[in-house]
Design a protein around this ligand. Structure first.
Ligand code: 2M8
Length: 431
């Protein structure tokens, strides 16, 4: 803990550290007690940032244990199941994914079959930068580098479904922003078989019903096709190029180049990958009419209509042109986002008909998206925006605790309590 923290900040720091201690399972951190008892991919990356401030030994264990779930083709699954828990501890559990039937999946570990935003290389570099012992942290990076490189290779090859230079998500869960209104159109176009799946088994309340059937249907289609890249490219009904996912990929590619330098590998392929995503983001996802990035539906080659917090993701691109940065900042500060929210950043445009202040990823403020925008704003030298996000995040957790998400107008906490990434990212923000 930094000695320059105020008394109030020290109390917050200790409370956040207690959450991470309580959610530690021995080799990893549960995303949230009760609700999400397993290890989630981008949660784990964010959590390791908090562990780095509190229990540095655990930060490395956390990431390495996530990569135990990596498939032979480089795919890093979005859930690594804790097999010591009952099979019904979470739905959908291992039975839906059937990873053990996949030749590429690791033995002795049960995982999901899709991915999440690739923030891992970015996080690995940040762990190294704040490590107390540079020599041992270089050893950790050397272990992680080939795994991160394989993850990036998988995304750049198997997931460039439009041969455009961008990676595509094949399921709303891959965006991390599960029920974002951005996915309503492609999800609505999905044909459902007459028999519904099993939403009743779902232990949470949101989202449920037909949307949930569609999520499960998409998984079943991917699974029955053996999660094959050829199927995903040619036939899978959900294929979207998302600005936030691609921005995390780009930022992580830059970080991976730096990691390569540190461990004595060649940074050039990672820098080339970052350049490709940079050019394609501007070319394919920038919407000059609204002055922001939007997701592109590859199945009808159109930009999706709803503007979300994901539209600000490309602030993570260190080479984003100044005019684009200005446009994004104007939108962020406008009445569609921070301008009308007491506790920014709402995850959906407040003026969109689909905006819902309590609806999970359809409006509430989340610590993870705030952290990513904060990080991008700092890199672009935007202290006003960075301070706004820092201040808003701190007010939220002080007022409501380490909740899963928050009402963007009055800061009321919603979803699960003692949510790991909310605690971890606050530890990182406090430094
Ligand atoms: C939520 O996603 C899972 C699906 O994987 C769910 O709703 O069941 C999202 O908030 C996602 O971003 C997050 O990683 C996960 C665990 O916290 O929960």
């Amino acid at each position: 803990m930094s000695s320059r923290l105020t008394g109030d900040e020290t109390a917050l720091w200790k409370a956040a550290a207690r959450v991470l201690d309580a959610n530690w399972t021995g080799t990893a951190t549960a995303a949230s007690p009760g609700l999400y008892p397993h290890q989630w991919s981008w949660d784990s990356a964010f959590i390791s940032l908090g562990l780095a401030r509190h229990r540095p030994d655990r930060a490395e264990t956390e990431l390495l244990s996530l990569f135990r779930g990596q498939w032979a083709d480089g795919m890093l699954p979005h859930i690594v199941f804790n097999t010591s828990l009952a099979r019904h501890a979470f739905f959908p559990g291992p039975d839906l994914w059937r990873s053990t039937e996949q030749p590429a999946a690791p033995r002795g570990v049960q995982t999901s079959g899709l991915t999440q935003p690739p923030v891992h290389a970015l996080v690995a570099l940040r762990l190294h930068e704040c490590a107390p012992d540079g020599e041992s942290s270089r050893g950790f990076l050397a272990r992680l580098y080939p795994l991160l490189a394989a993850q990036h290779r998988y995304l750049a090859t198997a997931r460039d479904l439009g041969s455009s230079g961008l990676i595509a998500i094949c399921h709303p869960w891959e965006s991390g922003l599960d029920n974002s209104p951005a996915w309503d159109r492609p999800l609505g176009a999905l044909q459902l078989p007459p028999t519904a799946y099993a939403p009743a088994q779902r232990s949470r309340t949101l989202p449920t019903g037909e949307d949930y059937d569609r999520y499960v249907r998409l998984v079943a289609l991917m699974r029955d096709a053996g999660y094959r890249p050829g199927y995903l490219r040619d036939s899978h009904p959900f294929a979207v190029e998302d600005p936030l996912v691609n921005a995390t990929f780009l930022a992580s590619a830059h970080a991976l180049a730096e990691v390569a330098r540190i461990v004595g590998a060649d940074p050039a392929p990672h820098l080339e990958a970052a350049q490709r995503v940079h050019a394609a983001l501007l070319d394919r996802l920038w919407d000059a009419d609204t002055g922001c990035f939007r997701a592109r539906d590859l199945r009808d080659d159109r930009l999706l209509p709803v503007i979300t917090a994901g539209s600000f993701g490309p602030l993570l691109d260190p080479e984003l042109p100044a005019a684009h940065v200005r446009n994004l900042v104007d939108l962020l500060l406008s009445a569609r986002f921070a301008g009308a929210a007491g506790y920014p950043v709402p995850t959906c445009d407040i003026q969109a008909p689909a905006f819902d202040r309590g609806g999970y990823w359809r409006g509430p403020t989340w610590v993870s998206t705030n952290w990513l925008i904060w990080y991008g704003a700092l890199a672009h030298g935007l202290p006003v925006v960075a301070d706004l996000l820092y201040g808003s995040t701190m007010r939220l957790v002080r007022q409501s605790g380490f909740r899963e998400f928050f009402d963007p107008f009055d800061g009321t906490g919603r979803g699960s309590h003692d949510y790991s990434w909310s605690a971890a990212l606050v530890l990182d923000l406090l430094g």
